[in-house]
Design a protein around this ligand. Structure first.
Ligand SMILES: Nc1ncnc2c1ncn2[C@@H]1O[C@H](COP(=O)(O)OP(=O)(O)O)[C@@H](O)[C@H]1O
Ligand SMILES: [Mg+2]
Length: 516
């Protein structure tokens, strides 16, 4: 990720080398102009820049050198001046239509040739890519949104003039947290957010929560990712205590500064297991309990029609996730998108998608916590389990005795607004042996519908028993499928329940994270 300092460093070299054409990709024109202003004074060279609102100015003095404000006028003027003035640098900030072979990109191509003769440099500041033929005349650089370090000084600079004038509760730790939240937004957006807080007359510690919402609004609709709204009332996970305890430990690591020790922030967790036992539910629960936005990446949507399209989409989605960090990135049923990477006959697309995903997972340093789930472990490419990718691999089994007790209690309270007697609860826990969480949810929901139709007083203990007895769980209809998943989970994953899995005859106890 090219930050301001490294971008400036490269640009300095390009300007010294008098590269005839440079494109700078950024969403932040003013920040880019600031970069050139400081370079112009360091190198002491003439630099002109054009904007539609102000025409052409000298960047050092801000003096107007040409009144013509149009882009065409700017190009004409640049063509004359570059031939007349040795070593002139000319910055165009608002030329559209440079992505393909257009009259403007042809004109720029000519301009770049003239620049070569006279030691001139033409720079375009643009948000999109440039016609390849033009781009080959020179170099391209990217200036990303401010990183956390820059953001820290941006926030501090916004606040410092107001200290003493309004109550400001943010000290170093809060400024760092604000910087972590804001990383990925542009400088102007960050300054606007802080200014809005200042305008209400104080900066409180509690404003940090609102700051996350502001960032959320900035990134409301982004390509490739779906923002999932969750409500903490609907998302309560029963059981899975081992997973919960592990997650508790990861949360602080996600926002701490680990760079000093050369460590990477937690990257995520892979949940595999029996369908309907709370994997997808857990993904949502993590985002809620960590107070982070939840984004869903649908890999089956990523697969595009044309060769190379899917990879582009995946790259875009993942880099967007990096930009909105810190966040939880939920990849549901990951086996569906990456399945059959080896030996599939899609021209290698799946293999390349998997390769890119693994690279991103392993090398990424953004605070994106991935929660991937999988039901069909047979289809999972083994590369996913290698160390250095996910931080942990959990196996989510059918709920055990005490987990069923928790889940039944949970849904009795939610749908029936009551607690069951100890004896009744014990009976239902026994009847529901082999149920998935989703089966328990369905049983209690059915009882609740009956209660709505006939009145709560008509719901007897016998009715509870009947409904529970009549449920046929997947572990009954397809015992082999469930047994396969369990056998696999016992071998390779950490039990999410926190309880060692009951060993099967002749089999070892659960072993953790075996590398393939
Ligand atoms: N451990 C659990 N606690 C509470 N509800 C659960 C649990 N497991 C499953 N459920 C219920 O079943 C539904 C489906 O579970 P889900 O997490 O989507 O299963 P999967 O493991 O297949 O992703 C959930 O929305 C929830 O209503
Ligand atoms: Mg699921």
């Amino acid at each position: 990720m090219p930050d301001f300092a490294s971008c400036r460093q490269m640009m300095l070299l390009y300007l010294k080398a008098r590269i005839p054409f440079i494109s700078l990709r950024t969403d932040e024109r003013d920040r880019a102009l600031e970069l050139f202003r400081s370079l112009a004074s360091e190198l002491n060279i003439p630099v002109y820049y054009h904007t539609l609102s102000q025409g052409i100015r000298d960047i050092a003095t801000n003096r107007i050198v040409n009144e013509d404000r149009s882009a065409v006028g700017a190009l004409d003027y640049a063509s004359q001046q570059i031939l007349q003035r040795q070593n002139l640098t000319f910055i165009l900030t608002e030329v559209q239509d440079l992505e393909g072979d257009t009259p403007l990109s042809r004109q720029l191509l000519d301009l770049a040739s003239s620049a070569t003769e006279r030691g001139g440099t033409v720079i375009v500041i643009t948000t999109s890519s440039v016609w390849p033929r033009l781009q080959r005349q020179g170099m391209t650089l990217v200036l990303d949104a401010p990183n956390e370090d820059e953001m820290r000084s941006i926030v501090a600079e916004c606040l410092s003039p107001y200290r003493g004038a309004v109550p400001i509760e943010w000290a170093e730790p809060e400024i760092s947290e604000a910087a972590t939240i804001l990383a990925g937004v542009t400088r102007i957006e960050a300054e606007n957010a802080i200014a809005t807080f200042l305008a209400k007359g104080s900066i409180l510690k509690s404003d940090l929560i609102e700051l996350s919402r502001v960032k959320d609004r900035i990134f409301a609709d982004i390509a490739g990712l779906e923002r999932v709204k969750t409500s903490d009332k609907e998302v309560v996970v029963g059981g899975l205590a081992g997973l919960q305890a592990w997650l508790e430990k990861q949360r602080p690591l996600l926002t701490m500064d680990l760079r000093e020790r050369g460590l990477r922030p937690p990257r995520g967790v892979l949940l595999v297991g029996v369908p309907g036992c709370g994997k997808s539910l857990s993904a949502k629960a993590i985002a809620i309990s960590w107070k982070l936005p939840l984004y869903r990446l649908d890999l089956s949507n990523i697969h595009g029609q044309y060769l190379g399209q899917s990879e582009g989409r995946l790259k875009e989605a993942l880099s967007t996730a990096d930009r909105v960090a810190p966040c939880v990135l939920w990849i549901d049923e990951i086996e569906k998108g990456l399945a059959g990477a080896a030996g599939s006959n899609d021209g290698g697309t799946s293999t390349r998608l998997l390769g890119h995903f693994l690279y991103w997972l392993q090398e990424g340093r953004a605070r994106v916590f991935v929660v991937a789930t999988a039901n069909d472990i047979g289809k999972l490419p083994p590369e996913l389990f290698r160390r250095g990718r996910f931080d942990e691999l959990f196996f989510v089994d059918l709920p055990d005795h005490s987990e069923r007790q928790e889940i039944i209690t949970l849904y009795a309270r939610r749908y029936m607004h009551r607690d069951l007697s100890g004896a009744m609860l014990g009976e239902l826990v026994d009847i529901s042996d082999g149920f998935a969480g989703v089966d328990i949810d369905a049983a209690v929901a059915e009882i609740a519908k009956e209660a709505i139709l006939k009145g709560d007083s008509m719901i007897t203990d016998a009715y509870w028993r009947t409904v529970f007895t009549n449920i046929v769980p997947l572990s009954k209809t397809n015992p082999e499928a469930v047994e396969n998943i369990r056998a696999w989970g016992r071998e390779r994953a950490v039990p999410a329940s926190g309880q060692p899995l009951a060993p099967e005859a002749g089999q070892q106890r659960a072993r953790r994270n075996v590398l393939v």
